[in-house]
Design a protein around this ligand. Sequence first.
Ligand code: ADE
Length: 243
Amino acid sequence: MLLAGPPLIIMAMEAEAAPVRASLGLEQAGERLHPMFPGLVWATPKVCLAVNGIDRRYGVDSIASQPAAVTTLHAIQRTSPSLVISAGTAGGFARRSGFIGEVCLANRCFFHDRRIRLKGFDRYGDGDYPVQDMSTVGTKLGFRMGTVSSGNALDAPDVDIKKMDLTETIAKDMEAAAVAWICEQFAIPFTALKVITDLIDSDKATADQFSRNFAAASERLGEAVKELIYMISNKGEINDIRT
Ligand code: ADE
């Protein structure tokens, strides 16, 4: 497969994706990626964005790992990207100096809830997928570099927190590792860009923090994605990618 294409952004929630599309000028209608799945893609020569779409049965955004993998597979086949970015909101950790609205760029990517205590399968479960080294660009933009860890739950039982402490996770999400696994199969560079909506080690309920901070974090995500795409599209110079 020829991989000379644009960067591809993969997102789970429409309310996260709308500000990102607005910031990138992706104003056209999205196209279905596959007749049997709800994922949509906005494809241009300079940047592509795919969202998982609305679950047919439950009528909500198709969040978590399986839709992320399916959308990534279809979107890679459609757009032959040079880089895939899993973008979205995430939980952070006050004890690792995380804060609401912090922008995090991955340098490691794990699953924290695939507990398989069988020889060899434990490491398979953890993932620890290849992540593109983007520390120069990330540091230039003031993003925090660190581990993004994924699981299929919004909450975090102690056993998951222990795993995230071991990997020094700064952003806990529900998709990045699934996207990273598909990218590894295609040998396509991968990273994740996440904005913190809630602090997992706070005494406030995660869902309440998430609801309160989601809109502002999604706006910040729109700006951060644009900054990153402009930077990598213009070798360090921030210009309008639509021109
Ligand atoms: N997205 C935003 N906050 C999250 C959290 N605490 N866990 C997983 N995904 C999230």
